[in-house]
Ligand binder design. Sequence first.
Ligand code: IMP
Length: 192
Amino acid sequence: MKELVIASNNPGKIREIREVVRGIELLSLSDIGFTEEIPEPFHTFEENALAKASAIYSATSKNVFADDSGLCINALNGAPGVDSAHYSGKRDDEANLQKALSELKASDDRSAFYKAVICLMWEGEVYYFEGICEGQIIEQKRGERGFGYDPIFIPAGYDETFGELPSDIKNSISHRGKAVRKMVEWLNALEE
Ligand code: IMP
C-alpha cells in the first residue's frame, strides 16, 4: 500500500481527510515523530501548502501532502482567507468565528466560500489539487459538528450548516473533500 504523510496537526482536518482517503496508508506527524511547529508565513494558500509539505519532505524524505485552507468572505474582500486559523489573533475557533460574525454585522452580502489547496510532494515532484465550496454565512452559529467556521457556514443547496450536517455529507461537497479526491484519483492513476 502507498504511504503518505499528512503535514498537519489540525485534528478536524486529519479526521476529514482520513474519512475520504481509501487504499493509501496515511501517517500523521506524530506517527513519524515530527513535533516541530511548521511556519505558514505566506499570503497564498499555495505558498503555505508548499511550505508545510516541503518542511516535512526535507526533514524526512517521505512522500507528503499538506492542506492549506480557509474561509473567504466576499464582503470582507476574501478575509479571513489564509489567516482563518488565527483571525482573532489566536488559534481559537470560537473567537475566530465570533470575529467573522461581528465584521459581517452590517453587511447584506453574506456570500462566502471555503478553499482548500493541497500540495503533494511525491517522489520529489510538486503537485497541487484544489477544491472550493460556496455558501452563505448565517447570523448565529448552529450545530456542534465539524470545526472552525462550520457552525456559521451553510453550503449552497442546503439549509443546514456544516456544524449540523453529518460528516459524510460535508465530505461529499466540501472544499477539502474535493481536493483530497482529486489527489487520490491522481495517485491511483499512477498504477495504470
Ligand atoms: P491552516 O491550518 O492554515 O490551513 O488553517 C485552516 C483554517 O481554516 C482552520 O483552522 C479553520 O479556521 C479554517 N477552515 C479550513 N477548512 C475548514 C473547514 O472545513 N471547516 C471550518 N473551518 C475551516
